[in-house]
Design a protein around this ligand. Structure first.
Ligand code: ARG
Length: 571
């Protein structure tokens, strides 16, 4: 159990002895440091609840505090201010030096299934596609840290109009391929397109189909054929998906995203007949389509029925999500399924979740949760674009940032490419995770790639500094023996706040609390570093400083790991 939580438990026991009850006792960092490092504001709530004077209750509590609490004082109307004895802070933090988990309040283990990534096969990833993998991956790692079991699935969008587009274009260019011969009986050949060929095929087909209705009709037909299970097209399409996966995986690897499962919409096909049978009693016809009502009486917002089967008899995005939910619940029995997509899919997921519960595709105790995120905008407040106004591919953004970073890296670094790539990814990820999940943010390439300020490179620079100090010290064992000044105290108190930060991030499914914490900690440390020559101090003080250095390093290292940001050795 973390230090603060343990002290909160102790306060709870005191309350019990005093015959008071309060659901959440919180020890908070003080906002009036001259009165103490911490404050306890519970006397006010208790006063209301028990109709007593808050300062009376405060003094009752204060009288019971043991000698771990020092400089205790009460400020009007009943704020209890105090600090903790230095020795117990040091004992605790020395334990953290041995085991980072002492800074983590584990919760009861749940099995969480995470659906993030969501790239669409044979279509380039755009800037906006970065948030789902960034947030999803970090949330997976945070859940693991807090004790959950997780299963992650990229859930590829591998069915849709792009299939018809690509195949219609290939048919035009290579009409003799056996995939286009209804009577072909042998084994289908392997096509030799590269991932970038697919990009070109899609763009060309898209332009042609948008200009020509007949061509668009063909695209629709082929897409519908695949949906119906047409073997020839399906065989070709699966090959194309496999090729496309290579480039998708490359980008996710760069972003340090690792998926346990590489499934997608195509994989849900096998469960579609089964779920349609289950859903049958709930479906009714509407304009030729089969839909399911998901509205309830208490709804205050519009809740349209969910289309399950289209007019032409084909399945739809929703059908495949329903089948996927059914299969996930059956195979993995998760306690919760988390979806990370952009906010625009909120209503959609609400419909799908309601339909799933209504038809019992999942048991009621499996929580289906959608966590939406905001858009990444340019300085004009509209979705981030290329200079000439086109959609910005994620790969191009990575290249652009990398070009801005490269000249800033020290000349004599050998593995410059690797360092540059890591700084680039750190730039993107830190920027992406630092705004609250639900809000839009403006992507500012200059600002975010700066080595100064609240940026990924600044954090990594601090880590480089910490590692270099640790190495130069020549020490093997690090221990905190004293708190020589308030700068060190502030750093240590910051670290003690971490367990609460982790919980808040987990509850809100937003990593901004962690990026804020990293930045605050790095700033406190750098301020200290600029004022002190750590390595030339006399031994006693030097060793205590180095204990703090090591501790800051451990904390930053673990948090960067949660955010899936790699460290560098030099930069
Ligand atoms: N491919 C989808 C898109 O681009 C995201 C998939 C999200 N996951 C899901 N199970 N629907 O919008």
């Amino acid at each position: 159990m973390s230090f603060i939580k343990e002290q909160e438990k102790y306060i709870n026991e005191i309350l019990k002895e005093l015959n008071y009850e309060l659901p959440n006792v919180a020890i908070l960092p003080s906002n009036r440091r001259e009165l103490g490092d911490y404050q306890l504001n519970i006397a006010m709530s208790l006063a209301k609840k028990y109709h007593k004077n808050p300062s009376y209750i405060a003094s009752e509590i204060v009288n019971k505090l043991d000698d771990r609490f020092i400089n205790v004082n009460i400020a009007n109307p009943g704020f209890i201010n105090f600090s903790f004895k230095k020795e117990i802070l040091l004992d605790y933090l020395n334990e953290v030096l041995e085991d980072f988990n002492k800074l983590v309040d584990k919760h009861e283990t749940k099995t969480i299934f995470l659906d993030y990534g969501g790239a669409n096969a044979a279509k380039a990833l755009h800037v906006g596609h970065m948030r789902s993998p960034n947030i999803g991956e970090a949330m997976r790692r945070l859940a693991n840290l807090l004790g959950d079991k997780t299963i992650s699935d990229v859930h590829l969008g591998d069915l849709g109009r792009q299939a018809g587009m690509l195949i219609s274009e290939i048919k035009l260019r290579e009409p003799d391929l056996p995939f286009f011969d209804e009577n072909f009986k042998g084994e289908y050949p392997k096509v030799t397109y590269t991932p970038s060929d697919l990009g070109e095929l899609y763009v060309t087909a898209n332009i042609k189909a948008n200009e020509n209705e007949e061509r668009m009709e063909e695209v629709r037909e082929i897409t519908a054929e695949i949906d119906k299970g047409n073997k020839r097209y399906l065989e070709l399409w699966k090959q194309l998906v496999a090729i496309s996966k290579i480039s998708i995986k490359e980008i996710y690897d760069k972003l340090n995203c690792h998926f346990d499962l590489w499934e997608g919409e195509l994989d849900s096909f096998k469960d579609v007949p089964k779920i349609l049978e289950i859903l049958k009693p709930y479906l009714h016809e509407s304009n030729g389509a089969m839909v399911m009502d998901v509205k309830v009486e208490t709804d205050t917002k519009e809740m349209p029925p969910l289309i399950v089967i289209k007019k032409d008899g084909a399945t739809i995005y929703a059908t495949r999500d329903l089948a996927t939910i059914y299969s996930r619940a059956k195979r993995f029995k998760p306690d919760e399924i988390w979806y990370f997509t952009d906010n625009r899919q909120s209503l959609y997921f609400e419909q799908v979740f309601r339909a799933s519960y209504k038809a019992l595709l999942v048991p009621y105790n499996c929580k289906l949760l959608h966590f939406g995120f905001g858009t990444i905008n340019g300085s004009d407040g509209k979705p981030f674009k290329t200079r000439d106004g086109g959609v910005m591919e994620l790969g191009s953004l990575i290249d652009q940032i990398s070009e801005m970073i490269r000249p800033k890296i020290k000349e004599d670094i050998e593995n410059k490419d690797e360092v540059c790539e890591k700084l680039t990814i750190a730039t993107l990820k830190f920027a992406d995770l630092m705004s609250f999940r639900n809000t839009d943010y403006i992507f500012e390439p200059e600002k975010f790639s700066s080595f100064d300020g609240k940026t990924g490179p600044y954090i990594l620079y601090t880590v480089v500094r910490l590692k270099s100090l640790i190495k130069k010290s020549g020490l093997e064992n690090f221990k905190l023996t004293s708190i020589p000044n308030t700068e060190v105290l502030d750093i240590l108190l910051k670290i003690i706040e971490l367990p609460q930060i982790l919980n808040r991030s987990y509850l809100d499914k937003s990593l901004n609390y962690i990026t804020d914490f990293l930045f605050d900690l790095a700033s406190l440390f750098n301020k200290f570093y600029n004022n002190h020559h750590i390595l030339t101090e006399e031994d006693e003080i030097k060793n205590s400083y180095l204990g703090m250095v090591k501790l800051v390093y451990i904390v930053m290292h673990e948090l960067l790991d949660v955010l899936a940001i790699d460290e560098v050795e030099r930069m």
